[in-house]
Design a protein around this ligand. Structure first.
Ligand code: NDP
Length: 476
């Protein structure tokens, strides 16, 4: 596939390409241009040329284009999901969820497009002030490989509705569905240059985008270290930033919880997308009174998960997205074993056998009795490994939950409203779920505390974060 700049497909000018491979089979699916700083400059020019016309359209008109795009995405959801599974690895069922989730986001933003975008402040004898919301200008969106479609929606939906133009850089492992979606948005009526996609490495294309003085905001999702680098580079022009830098979400299961529901919650919360989700359950704290029954049931469910090619009809969990991601997991589990920092109850290794030899498969894994200093709980554990610890009471659970440098999400499983309220008040996280985990609908603001990042995505808050206010003061 080719890049999309100014509403046109653009090939690699110097014939350098990035190969996109299926993580389940190692097969080459397609290739995309290895773009350069010159391509970013061209895309920023196209975005600049489109800005005035796009800004001048009413918010409702922009919303209608998003709505038409959502209809097209729904019509093509099976093909899009198939492409997503082949480049990312997730089970087809999850890819369908994600593509539909993208359509939901566009529909949500189309739906709020009729809201007034400003206010009047009456100041008596001093006059009146008109507070007007306007777009920031050209924005850059840098997308990760774990949920590339959903996260493209979180950035494109509010940014475009607010009247910005965009240059988007997909992850090099998963650029294809992003490119296909950009084509659909153009077909739905986006004027040329409003949304541009430049493929290429983070070092070349990503950094050129962050450094470009014409780009007024960067919205990034990914690794903490990359986020810190982006923040440093963006400070040169005092750019606006949204940084979503991952998490290490705790899930607390109290002794009054519905055990079966909490087992299913941990299963889905940890093994969805092979554990490669920013708000996945990454640390599980279980009350010691119910731990025996809970661990036995959870172990049985984890051992029964069907791992394979995401296109397989019975697949519960696909491969990890890349050899590097799997190697990180191998090393973290091996280190935990060597140091005696936990007991591997099920899984704990690479899947062997003909069906698995060319893919990046790893056994769904449960580790119990995990030491508080283990890398499984101190680092972001971005794969299908669930560390479980028992706790004597809520105080201990809250104290352990707060030991992470991250603060994205957290959940508590209980029937007691006071317990739920205490977790909300005392656990440092942007989202607290009660008796569920992982749900992130477009209506609700999403984002973390601590080193999980800055800014919020989703909800009307995200439109605010892609716009600024200006004030017209009328003295009479
Ligand atoms: P990165 O943060 O490196 O990649 C995310 C995106 O940033 C990609 O589009 C990447 O491009 C781009 N990028 C990389 N370097 C730069 C740069 N210097 N300037 C601008 N853009 C850049 O994540 P990794 O792929 O390295 O994943 C590593 C770890 O990060 C994971 O194991 C996980 O722990 C965490 N992570 C967390 C995510 C979350 O949602 N919480 C999502 C992804 C990763 P390219 O693909 O071309 O390198």
């Amino acid at each position: 596939m080719e890049m999309r700049i100014g509403g046109k497909n653009v090939s690699s000018p110097d014939d350098t390409w990035i190969e996109v491979k299926n993580p389940a089979t190692g097969e080459l699916i397609d290739r995309v241009p290895a773009g350069s700083a010159a391509d970013v400059a061209e895309a920023v020019e196209a975005a600049a040329a489109a800005l005035t016309g796009w800004k001048k359209k009413g918010m409702r008109e922009r919303g209608m284009i998003l709505f038409h795009a959502a209809l097209k995405v729904r019509e093509q959801h099976k093909d899009l999901a198939h492409l997503l599974t082949t480049e990312q690895g997730k089970p087809l069922r999850e890819a369908i969820d994600e593509v539909r989730g993208y359509a939901n986001i566009l529909e949500y933003y189309a739906g709020i497009s009729a809201q007034p975008a400003g206010e009047t402040v009456r100041l008596g004898v001093a006059g009146d002030a008109l507070v007007v919301r306007e777009p920031l200008g050209i924005c850059g969106a840098i997308i990760p490989w774990n949920m590339p479609v959903l996260i493209m929606g979180w950035k494109t939906g509010p940014a475009l509705l607010a009247g910005n133009t965009l240059v988007l850089k997909p992850a090099s492992a998963t650029p294809l569905t992003n490119l296909r979606l950009a084509g659909i948005l153009d077909e739905a009526g986006l004027p040329p240059g409003v949304l541009n996609v430049v493929t290429g490495s983070g070092r070349d294309v990503g950094e050129a985008l962050v450094k470009n003085p014409g780009v007024k905001k960067i919205s990034f999702t990914g690794n903490c270290a990359t986020g810190q680098r982006i923040r440093e580079l963006a400070s040169a022009h005092v750019k606006d930033l949204t940084l979503e830098l991952g998490g290490s979400d705790p899930m607390i299961v109290m002794d009054d919880a519905d055990i079966d529901k909490a087992v299913e919650g941990a299963l889905r919360g940890r093994f969805y997308n092979a554990g490669q989700v920013c708000t996945a359950v990454k640390r599980l704290y279980v009350h010691e009174k119910i731990a025996g029954e809970y661990v036995q049931k959870l172990k049985a469910r984890i051992s029964a998960l069907n791992v394979g090619n995401g296109l397989g009809p019975k697949t519960d969990m696909g491969p990890l997205n890349s050899a590097e991601q799997r190697e990180r997991i191998v090393q973290m589990v091996d280190r935990t074993r060597e140091r005696g920092d936990g007991t591997v109850l099920t899984g704990g290794g690479i899947l062997r056998g003909k069906a698995y030899e060319s893919g990046h498969f790893y056994h769904p894994t449960l580790v119990t009795d995990v030491a508080p200093g283990s890398c499984l709980v101190t680092d972001e554990l971005f794969g299908p490994v669930l560390p479980l610890m028992t706790v004597p009471d809520l105080d201990a659970a809250i104290a352990l939950a707060n030991t992470s440098r991250y603060g994205l999400g957290a959940s508590v499983w209980t029937q007691n409203l006071h317990t739920a309220r205490r977790v909300f008040d005392e656990v440092q996280a942007g989202i607290i779920w009660v008796n569920r985990h992982l749900t992130v609908p477009p209506e609700v603001p999403f984002g973390g505390m601590r080193e999980s990042g800055i800014g919020r995505e989703n909800g009307y808050h995200a439109v605010d974060q892609y716009s600024r206010t200006r004030t017209l003061f009328l003295g009479w």
